[in-house]
Design a protein around this ligand. Structure first.
Ligand code: FPP
Length: 226
């Protein structure tokens, strides 16, 4: 099976999952957040080395404060108990930490520090992340320098290999500002499953679909053997 090294998930559908049950949207985020360690582990167990999860964009600050606080509470609880992921996972938070409430920013930083030496898996949580902002910020950081792909990549929030596969749950078919620089050649997979329901069989279906793709990176397919 042809496996992706780096899988990203746009975790959409939490709000609808809750509304379908007559619950407040925050409950959907809570159940989505509860799935995060198992989803990451399911990918790692199947040979994926890096998992990126889109938890909160800069545009998500436009949501009602109660919902924003709910999501931040989930991420803070996760950051504080990051050890439960296992001692083989390094956690990174990509985004504008200075835009976060100080206690959340501190919890994210502490979780990064506590897992810094862990290997071989990386869990990259995007929070207060803006895709365009990431590009503009890198360009500003390098102003006056000769920009190369290499130094530009090192000025992004996290200098990771590009996502090979981007999965979006919840039925919408768009990237919503997710890693616009890094996703140039990513394979895309969309599923109607709402994130709190996203389970092992959905993960296997996404990986099997990826495995059947032929990635060409702008080149031609290999010639057919007669
Ligand atoms: C999109 O669903 C989801 C979000 C904006 C938040 C996702 C955050 C989490 C799952 C919590 C993150 C926690 C950790 C531990 C990383 P939506 O609210 O837009 O859903 P809808 O389209 O059904 O309204």
């Amino acid at each position: 099976m042809n496996l992706p090294l780096h899988v990203a998930v746009i975790m959409d559908g939490n709000g609808r999952w809750a509304e379908n049950r007559g619950e407040k949207r925050e409950i959907g985020h809570l159940f989505g957040a509860k799935r995060v360690p198992a989803v990451a582990r399911a990918f790692f167990d199947r040979g994926v080395r890096i998992v990126s999860l889109y938890a909160f964009s800069q545009e998500n600050f436009r949501r009602p404060p109660i919902e924003v606080q709910g999501i931040f509470g989930c991420v803070e609880a996760f950051a504080r108990s990051v050890e439960t992921l296992g001692d083989d996972v390094r956690v990174i938070f990509s985004g504008e930490k200075s835009a976060l409430p100080p206690s959340l920013a501190a919890a994210c930083l502490a979780a990064e520090e506590r897992t810094e030496v862990n290997k071989p898996f990386i869990l990259n949580i995007l929070i207060a992340y803006g895709g365009r902002e990431e590009i503009l910020r890198a360009a500003r950081m390098l102003s006056g320098e000769k920009i190369t792909e290499q130094n530009f990549r090192s000025a992004l929030y996290a200098d990771l290999p590009d996502p090979d596969l981007i999965i979006r749950t919840g039925g919408e078919k768009r990237l919503s500002g997710f890693m616009p620089f890094q996703s140039a050649y990513s394979e895309l997979y969309f599923t109607d499953v709402l994130f709190p329901d996203f389970g092992d069989k959905d993960i296997e279906a996404a990986l099997a679909d990826y495995s059947s793709r032929q990635r060409r990176f702008g080149s031609l397919p290999p010639p057919k053997v007669p």
